[in-house]
Design a protein around this ligand. Structure first.
Ligand SMILES: [Zn+2]
Length: 485
C-alpha cells in the first residue's frame, strides 16, 4: 500500500424519526405485519397527491445545519426513475438539483488528530419497500410498509483516507444524529445504512484512480472490513498492471469478500426531472434561526469541554458522551457535587449497571441528578458506606425517593461509633481463631476476610475503614496481653 493512498467517500441513508411517512400519513412503526401500513399515496396508485411531512422537512434542515451546510433557499423534489419491484411508482421522490443542504463538513477525531471531512450534500427522499426471498429461492415477497418512509441521504466528499477513518467518521456521524434526535440510528432495523466508494491514488499525484462502489454492509465494522478488502483487491490489480473496473460490488460478510453486482449506473440513467406534484419549498431565515437554536452542543466539542472542565480520563469521557442523556445527567449532578471522578465511576458502574439489569435506560432513571449528588455526599461524609449505596441504587432509580429519607427509614446509616463496633469486632475475633492466627503469622490478606465478617454481622452498615483500624488494634492488643501473662 506504500505507493498508494485509499480515497474513500461515503453515502449514508438515515431514516428520520417521524411517526408518519414523508408524503402520506401512514405509520412508520417498525415490525408491523407486511403491507398493513400502506395507502394509495405510498402504493403509487393513480390520482393521488403527495403532501410533505413538516417534521421530516425540519429534521432534514436541522441535520444539514448541524453538518455546517449551506441551506438552499428554495428546495425542490425530483423524480428518480428506475424500475424495481419494491418501488411501486417506478420512481422515487428524491432531490437532485436543489437539495436541502450543500458544502458542509463534519469534524472527527482520529488518533488524537482533528480532521474535517467535507459533506457534499444532504437531501430528503423516500425509502423503497422491502423484498423478502423464500429460502428455496422459488418465491419473492414484497412488503410496502417501508415504502415512503423519510430518508435523509448524506454524501461526503472523498476526503477519507483509510478504512479506520471511515469507521470513526460513521461513529461520529451516528452520535451527532442521536444528539440531534432526528433518528434512532438503529442499524439492525435498517435506520442507518451506508454505501462506500473507494479508489486508490498514487501518492503525490493528483489523478484519482477508478473507483468501485460497495454495498450491503450492515455494520460499521462491516464497512471497515469491506473497505480493507477492496483496497487490497484494487492494489493487487494495479500491481499486476490490470485495470480496476467501475462497478458496484456487494460485501459478503460470511466470505469476508466483495463480489461484482453490476456495472456502475450513471446519474443520466435515472432521468431525473422535477416532480410536478410537489411545489418548491422556501426555507426562511426565521426557520433556519429557529432550528439552529434546537441544535445542542455536538459530541466532539462536548467531549473536549467535559474532559477539560472536569479533568476526566479519555475513556470515561468516551462512555459519558456516547449517550447524550448520560452526559446530561452527569453535568446536572455536577452542579451539586464536587468530585467528578467519583460521580463518573458511580454513574458508569453502578447506575448504568442497574439500568442495564432493569433493561431500562438513563432517561427513565427516577433518581434526580441532585439526589444522586446527595447520595454521594452522604458517602463522602461517612454517613453511609459505598457498599450500602451500591445495594440500594436499584431501589432509588425506580422509585424517586429522597436518598436521605430512604436511608433513615431503612436504618441504613453507617455505624461509626467505636464502642458499638468494638463489641462486634471482639465477637468476630472470638469466632475465627484460625484466621486471627494466620494474620498474626503475617498473612496480611486475612484482614479483608475479618472485615467482611464484621460487615456481614452489621448488614453492611459498619464503616469499613474504622473496622479495619479496630481489628488491627484488637489483635495487636491480644498479642501484648498474652506476652504479659
Ligand atoms: Zn401511505
Amino acid at each position: 500500500m506504500n505507493k498508494y493512498v485509499p480515497v474513500i467517500g461515503l453515502e449514508i441513508h438515515v431514516q428520520l424519526k417521524t411517526r408518519s411517512k414523508v408524503f402520506c400519513t401512514c405509520s412508520t412503526k417498525f415490525g408491523a405485519p407486511p403491507n398493513t401500513q400502506t395507502c394509495p399515496v405510498c402504493l403509487g396508485l393513480p390520482g393521488v397527491l403527495p403532501v410533505l411531512n413538516r417534521k421530516a422537512f425540519r429534521y432534514a434542515i436541522k441535520t444539514a445545519l448541524a453538518l455546517n451546510c449551506q441551506i438552499t433557499n428554495s428546495v425542490r423534489f425530483d423524480r428518480k426513475n428506475y424500475y424495481y419491484p419494491d418501488l411501486p411508482k417506478n420512481y422515487q421522490i428524491s432531490q437532485y438539483a436543489l437539495p436541502v443542504g450543500i458544502r458542509g463538513y463534519l469534524e472527527i477525531e482520529n488518533e488524537g488528530e482533528i480532521k474535517r471531512v467535507r459533506i457534499r450534500r444532504v437531501h430528503l427522499e423516500e425509502d423503497a419497500g422491502k423484498l423478502i426471498h423464500s429460502e428455496d429461492g422459488r418465491f419473492s415477497f414484497v412488503d410496502y410498509n417501508r415504502a415512503g418512509t423519510p430518508l435523509l441521504e448524506i454524501v461526503t466528499e472523498p476526503d477519507i483516507n483509510s478504512p479506520q477513518e471511515a469507521y470513526v467518521f460513521l461513529q461520529e456521524l451516528r452520535t451527532t444524529l442521536l444528539y440531534l434526535e432526528v433518528s434512532d440510528c438503529n442499524m439492525e432495523e435498517g435506520s442507518l445504512r451506508c454505501d462506500a466508494n473507494i479508489s486508490l491514488k498514487r501518492k503525490g499525484e493528483e489523478q484519482l484512480g477508478t473507483k468501485t462502489e460497495l454495498k450491503n454492509m450492515n455494520t460499521f465494522k462491516g464497512v471497515r472490513q469491506a473497505l480493507e478488502y477492496e483496497a487490497h483487491r484494487q492494489l493487487m490489480l494495479l500491481e499486476d498492471g490490470k485495470a480496476v473496473l467501475p462497478e458496484t460490488r456487494l460485501w459478503d460478510p460470511g466470505k469476508q469478500a466483495t463480489y461484482s453486482m453490476r456495472g456502475k449506473e450513471e446519474v443520466e440513467d435515472y432521468r431525473y426531472f422535477p416532480d410536478p406534484d410537489l411545489v418548491d419549498y422556501e426555507i426562511s431565515e426565521e426557520l433556519i434561526q429557529e432550528l439552529r437554536r434546537e441544535i445542542p452542543e455536538l459530541p466532539l466539542y462536548r467531549k473536549r469541554r467535559i474532559k477539560e472542565q472536569y479533568e476526566l480520563p479519555d475513556r470515561d469521557v468516551e462512555v459519558l458522551i456516547r449517550d447524550k442523556h448520560l452526559a446530561d445527567y452527569f453535568e446536572q449532578a455536577m452542579k451539586y457535587y464536587d468530585r467528578p471522578k467519583f460521580l463518573c465511576n458511580f454513574l458508569i458502574t453502578d447506575i448504568l449497571g442497574a439500568v442495564n439489569e432493569l433493561k431500562s435506560n438513563i432517561q427513565d432513571v427516577k433518581l434526580h441528578p441532585n439526589n444522586c449528588a446527595k447520595l454521594l455526599t452522604m458517602i463522602d461524609k461517612g454517613l453511609i458506606s459505598i457498599k450500602i449505596a451500591k445495594q440500594i441504587i436499584k431501589d432509588l432509580i425506580i422509585s424517586d425517593v429522597d436518598p436521605e429519607t430512604y436511608i433513615n427509614q431503612k436504618g441504613l446509616v453507617q455505624i461509626s461509633e467505636t464502642s458499638q463496633l468494638e463489641k462486634i469486632v471482639e465477637k468476630v475475633i472470638g469466632d475465627n481463631p484460625s484466621a486471627v492466627e494466620d494474620y498474626r503469622k503475617g498473612k496480611e490478606k486475612v484482614i479483608g476476610f475479618l472485615v467482611g465478617e464484621v460487615m456481614k454481622l452489621t448488614r453492611g452498615k459498619a464503616n469499613p475503614g474504622l473496622v479495619n483500624e479496630i481489628l488491627r488494634d484488637k489483635i495487636k492488643q491480644e498479642v501484648q496481653d498474652e506476652k504479659i501473662n
